[in-house]
Design a binder for this molecule. Structure first.
Ligand code: PEP
Ligand code: MG
Length: 755
């Protein structure tokens, strides 16, 4: 019999700690605990019900009820008063329990004489582990302090359950647990590819190791300091120049700021510490309450805000634990799949690329800057995956399908087998492409095609060698600006360009000057909101209005290319005069170098993108000024068809192989050939084997594409007879409407072209 029970939760927690330290069997420990709690709470009954499997609550220990019923009596979630607590995940206190409509009588327990009931859920990470109950014979009105005290004990018991100190956690942590079951979630595929690997939480969770405080005032002080740090972190992040003045990320931080100053939230944590918990356990306890509310909230706005508060609680926990850096600085599994709510481009670059296999975000869109980096790294990225972070746990298995946007968490063996087969298939294809790497891109009848890659960041330069491409046909210089948190200075631009030229090692590189605007926005560059940003103040239009920007870039390019060949082109030229003005800036910068006695590039070629339809009707004049032309088919088609290139409902509406597009491209080619001006094409269509075949049929001999497309396109080229294709095209020359796709497919099939 226990005599020195003392009163109050803190005394009880001290006793619990002693029980934890005793060398006794788990069941004996459970029995000791219920006796202690009953005595401390001055209750005749204290029982612990633990969740077994999906929905069953099993009586695992009791003081006061019939001991024979332990491990015999079970209730379903939702059944009886214990089931109500389990279902609502909230405390339930009743002075006349038997009049409650859900009261369920279990004769074997002998609970008849007990009128009052207080039950609280035992939660961990918002998951139900069990229910802790006290009962009294008298019609007792349990005070709020008593409810609070029992909740604190439930927090400690939950930790004990998970640690295995009370029961075997395998048996008693519930089958439908968000963090245990297999899940298939759907999001939006942003970067293609399949990845099988293990979860890395970008912002690691802090597990509560010690729930019972040694010194409550020291815990209060730790909380005070961590909240101060948390507020400072929010203020500095909000003040960062790379955080756009509006937008989702800022809204979230503003919400963080609001909560970090919320007296109610902090008071609740402080009260939980006062009951004897450590600061971490107290934050967890309040966080569990928030999560319970979150699951019940139907208004999306409030659900989002509760989500923000949940995030902020995690952040506070990391401050308490002194772990404020992301997982990038930790040891990664060799097949890391990073899971996060949102992420900036630079944060993704912090990860060790050798271990990085994929990225999943609860937010994120195709145009987000982290998407650009993911594509450059050639890893799949899935965004907009609701409920991701509630279901993933570090080191658990996960599969991403970047094409379908599916995420499988703790996948079942059939899913693993199916994806393993897909991965093997892709690996076989990759091996086939790799074998072609050093083979020339020549058709069966000897027509040589120059295959180049599109690139824009240092991280994708290795693709040049890996793909065996002839060079870089489009280097999107704006990407460096987009992934950077401040304006890249002249030196940084020059560094990047010279590294690109070093890596290219004599192979041609076409640098495109800044193509800003439209979806390419720089957080640190103020830009008015536009009705039609794709047709707005963008690219060369900005550059000519703010010539200093372009001159700096040209200066960096000239500096980087000292003594080597420099090829550069301008985006979105709509009028010949725009090209002439831009080119004049190049001449002025060259003159400046000459005056300063600086070395010039060995050769300079200045060209233009052809992306605006109007320019196609000025080609004769344009060809007098340019050294080369590169057709930007992404934008050219968008403007030809007046069809937003990023609009999901329009993506299949107009065909890249339509008679209209073929006819425009043919005219461009013929005119350029007549003027002896080299012409190439660098839009996405160049990377699709059938489209690339059509381009070769029209007469293109230089094309540029995403690095992963080089293999498939080269395979197509090596199986193609270009003369036969040209013959075929003559036969459909009269077709001036509709699509030529079906005909091209037929041709490929008939002639065994690999498309
Ligand atoms: C294009 O428009 O085809 C192109 C290659 O440029 P971007 O995709 O960068 O607009
Ligand atoms: Mg473009």
């Amino acid at each position: 019999m226990i005599t020195d029970v003392g009163t109050g939760p803190r005394v009880l927690l001290r006793r619990l700690r002693e029980v934890m330290a005793e060398n006794i069997q788990p069941q004996a420990r459970l029995d000791r605990i219920v006796r202690l709690v009953a005595a401390n709470m001055v209750a005749e009954v204290c029982s612990i019900y633990l969740r077994r499997g999906d929905t069953v609550l099993e009586l695992c220990a009791t003081e006061g009820l019939n001991p024979e019923s332990v491990h015999q009596t079970t209730l379903q979630v939702g059944e009886g008063l214990v089931g109500v607590v389990a279902e609502s995940l909230e405390p339930l206190k009743l002075s006349d329990a038997r009049s409650h409509p859900k009261f369920a009588y279990r004769p074997e327990t002998g609970e008849d004489p007990y009128n009052s009931f207080l039950g609280v859920p035992m939660l961990r990470n918002a998951q139900l582990l069990g229910v802790l109950v006290v009962q009294n014979q008298t019609r007792r009105h349990y005070t709020d302090e008593e409810v609070e005290a029992l909740q604190t004990i439930a927090v400690v018991l939950a930790e004990m359950v998970v640690s295995g100190a009370l029961v075997d956690p395998e048996d008693f942590s519930g089958g439908s647990d968000l963090l245990q079951r297999s899940w298939r979630l759907e999001g939006v595929g942003i970067a293609e590819g399949i990845a099988m690997g293990h979860v890395v939480l970008h912002e690691p969770r802090v597990e509560v190791v010690h729930a019972i405080a040694e010194d409550t005032s020291a815990e209060q002080e730790r909380l005070t300091n961590s909240i101060a740090e948390l507020r400072r972190w929010i203020d500095t992040t909000l003040a960062r120049p790379d955080l756009s003045t509006t937008g989702e990320h800022r809204d979230v931080l503003e919400a963080y700021r609001m909560f970090a100053h919320d007296r109610g939230w902090i008071r609740r944590i402080r009260e939980a510490i006062d009951t004897g918990l450590t600061a971490e356990a107290a934050v967890h306890r309040v966080q569990d309450e928030t999560r319970t509310q979150m699951t019940k909230q139907s208004d999306p706005f409030w659900r989002e805000r509760l989500h923000d508060l949940d995030d902020l609680s995690n952040r506070l926990l990391r401050h308490l634990a002194g772990k404020t850096t992301s997982a990038a600085s930790e040891d990664l599994p060799k097949d890391a799949i990073i899971c996060a709510r949102a992420m900036g481009p630079a944060e993704l670059l912090d990860y060790d690329q050798k271990a990085l296999r994929g990225l999943v975000l609860e937010e994120g869109s195709a145009t987000s800057h982290v998407a650009i980096v993911a594509r450059a790294l050639d890893i799949p990225l899935i965004g907009r995956v609701a409920g991701l972070l509630d279901r993933v746990e570090s080191h658990h298995a996960i599969i991403l399908d970047g094409l379908s946007g599916e995420v499988y968490i703790r996948p079942q063996s059939d899913v693993i087998d199916a994806y393993a087969e897909k991965v093997r298939f892709r690996a076989r294809r990759q091996a086939q492409y790799a074998r072609l790497r050093d083979k020339p891109a020549v058709t069966k009848d000897g027509v040589e095609i120059s295959l180049n890659i599109n690139s824009g960041l240092l991280v994708d330069l290795p693709h040049l060698a890996q793909s065996g491409a002839a060079g870089i046909g489009l280097f999107r210089t704006e990407l460096q600006f987009m992934v950077s948190s401040t304006f890249p200075r002249l030196r940084m631009q020059m560094d990047l360009y010279s590294k690109v030229l070093d890596e290219a090692d004599g192979r041609p590189v076409v640098f495109r000057t800044l193509d800003l605007g439209s979806d390419k926005v720089l957080p640190y560059f103020t830009h008015d909101r536009e009705e039609n940003p794709a047709m707005g103040w963008r690219a060369i239009r900005i550059a000519l209005d703010r010539p200093a920007l372009l001159r700096y870039q040209i200066r960096a390019l000239l500096g980087a290319a000292e003594g080597r060949e420099l090829r550069m082109m301008f985006p979105m030229i709509s009028e010949v005069s725009e090209f002439v003005s831009a080119r004049r800036l190049v001449d002025r910068e060259l003159e400046r170098r000459r005056k300063l006695g600086l070395k010039a590039p060995a050769d300079i070629k200045v060209g233009t993108m052809l992306e605006v339809p109007a320019l196609a009707w000025q080609l004769d004049a344009l060809c007098q000024h340019v050294d080369f032309i590169s057709v930007g088919s992404n934008d050219l088609l968008q403007f030809l068809y007046a069809s937003d290139r990023g609009h999901p409902r329009l993506s299949d509406r107009y065909d890249t192989l339509s008679a209209a597009v073929m006819s425009v491209l043919k005219t461009v080619l013929e005119t350029c050939n007549r003027h002896d001006v080299p012409v190439s094409l660098c839009g996405e269509m160049a990377g699709r084997p059938l489209d690339a075949m059509a381009l070769i049929g029209l007469g293109f001999r230089t094309i540029s594409m995403p690095p992963t497309s080089v293999g498939p396109v080269k395979m197509m080229i090596r199986s193609l007879n270009a003369a036969a294709l040209q013959e075929y095209l003559k036969s459909v020359d009269g077709q001036t409407q509709g699509s030529l796709r079906a005909g091209f497919e037929e041709f490929a099939k008939k002639h065994g072209v690999s498309v």
